[in-house]
Ligand binder design. Structure first.
Ligand code: MG
Ligand code: MG
Length: 301
């Protein structure tokens, strides 16, 4: 598949995807819910991990985006297999732990699991927030490079809280791009993949870019695609993305996983890495190693 990174490259890019996601979350959270003009007025260009924001975070602290992805990753690694019950159970324990933030649709889905054991919420045309896409990275790592497995895992975890055709389409597209980037696809190959996706789902068209970065998954992916293809390194992609404001921790997390998968560890600015919670990064490294080792690509040796 694609340019065939060797095994070490694959593991290193997978680590960069997961750490990149946490970095994007921690970076963007400071300006979450600000508008782009508000960010410009206050910071010029916002580009440091400082904490604060509406959640009053510590510098480098991550939010629900990273925490929910960790719930999925821990469930897979602990069970050594795919177990939706364990994932939902981890979401429930996480919600009970009074997390710093949790989206309404996620909360509703997790409550429904806690009350009735529901592992799939009913289809809902309004549940097109970005809660399912923001946390799917572990499913992309564990399914590498099998597209059918990816689809199954990505959508099953999604439907615990979000059962919506637009969210589903976003999850499948993002998962596929992560697979491609992790396997060494070029930006032109990734751009062609997104082109095909936009032809099937024109609502995701991001050229010309409309500049919206709400919690709606369509706006989220448009923002991520626009800045991922415009940027020429990890920092440019991330800075462009979070300076759009809105759901900046989530656009940051998604752009961070994609840019990390594509550019690799060396591209993540050291000054950002140094700000991150050491324990979170250490756990991410261990989980990533296990997820990729247990994937079809990892098992193939
Ligand atoms: Mg968040
Ligand atoms: Mg958010």
């Amino acid at each position: 598949m694609f340019n065939h990174y060797n095994r070490d490259d694959l593991f290193s890019h997978a680590r960069a995807a997961f750490i990149g996601m946490a970095v994007g979350d921690a970076l963007g959270a400071t300006v979450e819910f600000m508008t782009a003009p508000e960010i410009r007025a206050k910071y010029g260009v916002f580009k440091e991990i400082t904490g604060g924001g509406w959640l009053r975070l510590k510098p480098g602290q991550v939010t629900d985006d990273t925490e929910m992805a960790l719930c999925i990753a821990r469930a897979i690694v602990r069970n050594q297999c795919w177990s939706l019950e364990t994932i939902a159970g981890n979401f429930a324990s996480w919600l009970k732990s009074r997390p710093v933030d949790c989206g309404d649709t996620c909360r509703k889905g997790i409550r429904s699991f806690m009350l009735n054991g529901t592992l799939e919420v009913p289809p809902n045309e309004w549940d097109a927030g970005n809660g399912a896409a923001m946390r799917l990275l572990p499913t992309a790592l564990f399914s590498l490079p099998d597209e059918q497995l990816l689809k199954k895992y990505a959508l099953e975890q999604a439907h615990i809280t979000h059962n919506n055709v637009v969210s589903d389409a976003a999850c499948i597209c993002l998962g596929k791009m992560l697979h491609m980037a992790l396997c060494g696809a070029t930006k032109n190959q990734l751009r062609r993949e997104v082109g095909g996706f936009v032809a099937r789902f024109p609502t995701f068209e991001f050229e010309p870019y409309r500049g919206l970065a709400t919690g709606y998954v369509v706006d989220t992916l448009q923002t991520v695609f626009h800045w991922f293809f415009k940027g020429s390194d990890f920092e440019e992609c991330l800075v462009g993305t979070v300076n759009q404001g809105g759901d900046a921790d989530t656009t940051g997390a998604i752009c961070g996983m994609l840019a990390g998968a594509y550019y690799g560890m060396e591209s993540i600015p050291r000054r950002w890495l140094k700000r991150m919670d050491k324990q979170v990064i250490a756990e991410i490294e261990t989980l990533t190693e296990h997820l990729v080792s247990a994937s079809p690509a990892g098992q193939a040796g």
